[in-house]
Write a protein that binds this ligand. Sequence first.
Ligand code: HEM
Length: 408
Amino acid sequence: MSAAQQLPDILSPEFAADPYPAYAVMREEKPLIWHEATKSYIISRYEDVERVFKDKQSQFTTDNYDWQLEPVHGKTILQLSGREHAVRRALVAPAFRGSDLQEKFLPVIERNSRELIDAFRHSGSANIVGDYATRFPVNVIADMLGLDKADHARFHGWYTAVIAFLGNLSGDPEVTAAGERTRVEFAEYMIPIIRERRDSLGDDLLSTLCAAEVDGVRMSDEDIKAFCSLLLAAGGETTDKAIASILANLLVNPDQLAAVREDRSLIPAAFAETLRYTPPVHMIMRQSATEVELTGGTVPAGATVTCLIGAANRDQQRYREPDRFDIFRDDLTTTSAFSAAADHLAFALGRHFCVGALLAKAEVEVGVNQLLDAMPDLRLADGFDPVEQGVFTRGPKALPVNFTPSAA
Ligand code: HEM
C-alpha cells in the first residue's frame, strides 16, 4: 500500500493525535485533495497556501465565514472586502500597534500577567495552560474593551464555544447548538453595555467603536457586538495556544530555554519559530471566486479551499529540517514575522493578515519575561511530556511545571 493510500482522514482520531506525518504525505504526494466530508479542497504546500492567502489575482473570497462564523458572531470584518473592509479594520488597528499599544495597553498587559503569576509563584508548581495561558490574553482583551473583570470566566467559555463552532469540521450538532447559544448569551450580555457606553464614553476600545463613524454613519449595536465577539475569540484562543506552545517548545529544548533565559532579546525569535513550528491556527478556509490552478490540479469556481497552515509551515521546500524547533534558524525572519511581510503563515497573509499580531507579540514578550523572572529554575513536572490537542486550533493540553517558590 502506498503512503498516499494510508493517509489518515483529517477527521480521524489518528490525525488529531499527530497530524504532522499526514501533513508530510499530503505535501509530497497529494498536494490537492478533495475532502468529501468537509466538501472542500485541502492544500498543504507552502507555495499554494501563501498564494491563496496573498490572492494577488483576486481569485478567492472569505465568504466561507458566512457559514463558519456569522451564525455565532454576526457579520464581522473577516467577511468584508475592499474599502468596507479597510475602513472597519482601521477602527481597531491603531489600538494594536504603535503608541496606543506601547503607552495605553502595555501596562494592562503587564498587570494582567503579573496578577496571574502572583497567584501561583509561591506554590512551587503550576499548570501553565490552566493557570495562565487560558486566562491571560482573554483578560487583556476584556480590559482593553473596558469590560468587567468579574465576567472574565464567562468570556473564556464563550470564545471556546465560538472556536469550536468555527472548527466543527464534522458538523457535531452539540457544538452547533453551543455556538448558537453563545450568540444569544453574548448579545444579552453585550448590547446593554454598548448602550450604556454610548452615553458615557471612556478611554477604552469599546468606546472607540461606539464613537466611530463609518462613512458618516455610526456602527450599529449589533455591528459593535459582533466586533467584540470576534476580538474575544480571535485574540483569546490563538494567543492562549501561542503562549502555552512557546513554553512547551522551550521546556522540551532546555538548551534553547537557557539561551532565552540568558538573553531575553531572543523571545521574538522563539515566538516566530513557535508560530512556524506549532501554529495556534492549523487551518483557514477560503472560497474560490473563479476556477484556479493549484499544484496537483484545478479547483472549480465556488469551491471551499482548506489551507493547512500547520502543513505549509513545515514544508521542506521552504525550511531546512522543518520538523526541528530551532530558534536560531536562518530561514525564518524574526523582524518581519509579525507583519504582513512574514515568511511563515501562522497569521495568514494578504488583506486579512492578523490585525492583532503585534498585540500577540507584546503579550508573549511580557508573559515569557515575567514567567522566567518568577520561576528562574522552571522545569516540566517530573516525567511529563507535553501532548498537543486540537485539529483546527492546536496547542498543549496541559503544561504542569515545577520551580522554586518565589515572593512577589
Ligand atoms: C498568536 C496569536 C494569533 C494568531 C496565530 C492569529 C491568527 C490569525 C489568522 C490566521 C488570521 C487570518 C484569518 C483569515 O485570513 O481568514 C487572523 C485574523 C485576525 N485576527 Fe488574529 N491571531 C492571533 C492573535 C490575535 C489577537 C491578539 C487579536 C486581537 C484581539 C487578533 C484579532 C484578529 C482579527 C480582528 C482578525 C481579522 C482581520 C481581518 O479580517 O482583516 N488576533 N488572526
